[in-house]
Write a protein that binds this ligand. Sequence first.
Ligand code: ADP
Length: 307
Amino acid sequence: MENKAKIAVIGSYAVGATIRCRQFPAAGQTVPGHGFEMMHGGKGSNQAVAAHRMGAEVLYATCIGDDSFGQMCLDLYQQEGISTEYIRKSTEGTATGAGLIYVNENGENEIVIGLGANNEFSSEDIDRIFPEIEKCKILLMQLEMPVETVLHAAKRCKEAGVSFVLNPAPFRELPEEIFRYCDYVTPNQTEARQMLGISLSENISDEEVGIQLCNRGIKNVVMTLGEGGVLLVTESGSRIVPGIRVAAVDTTGAGDTFSGAFCVAVAEGQDPNKAAEFGNIAAGLAVTRYGVVDAIPYRKEVDSYRK
Ligand code: ADP
């Protein structure tokens, strides 16, 4: 593509260490496990890789530690061909983000994540790189960084006319003010309800949840529905954009691939319906493969699926 869409993705990098076991250990217990694996993770990083593989020019920014996991992050970006110029190292000796994931024999998982250096990415960091963010069509962020940083970035984007997209994951309490700075939010069904403080047991339709989010000031809601695709709520009404039919083997990171791909399509000028279709194809292809970064497809795969 000659004219690449330029998008900024600011968010976490973390290394995930996975181990499989029959049953989760109880407190104080040691259990045997197998299949230990370390992989790249962090929602921000996954979404940046997805956006880049979908053909965008990506400005990725985060904070890592001065340690071997931080080096893994730099290696990933060098391999992917994404600039590491805006990845800074902790000035306080904090370690790179890392998570421990236990997977039991039923495929259920227990995760503990330490965001480490990601928590140091501040409003001053946003201000420092804002002249570059301003050259982008979209800034995409998630909630694995301080909420004040996300709020500050959203506000600056609103003032500067850069579209702000929030993937509100993993959910954290948000100040009401941020809603009116969001051009799009991309929650899953649980996160969408959490954003409204609605109990998960409450009987309320996805559409009603989407409409209430728009009433709170969000411009467009793109709620992901797993294999059901997405529910789009915009000023012109709500509609389901169905997902593609695939044999899913691993849905980890599906939401990250969706958000990254959706933003690229919007930045290229596609309407929200077309962008959601594009995101559904990218995320649908990702769930047919194991892993997170390894599972993220490339643009040519999405284009050939559409033909
Ligand atoms: P999260 O992983 O954040 O909980 P979802 O489970 O809603 O998010 O999945 C995100 C997107 O991934 C969906 O909107 C859809 O495009 C795609 N997806 C997820 N699971 C499937 C599936 N089984 N078949 C096809 N597409 C899927």
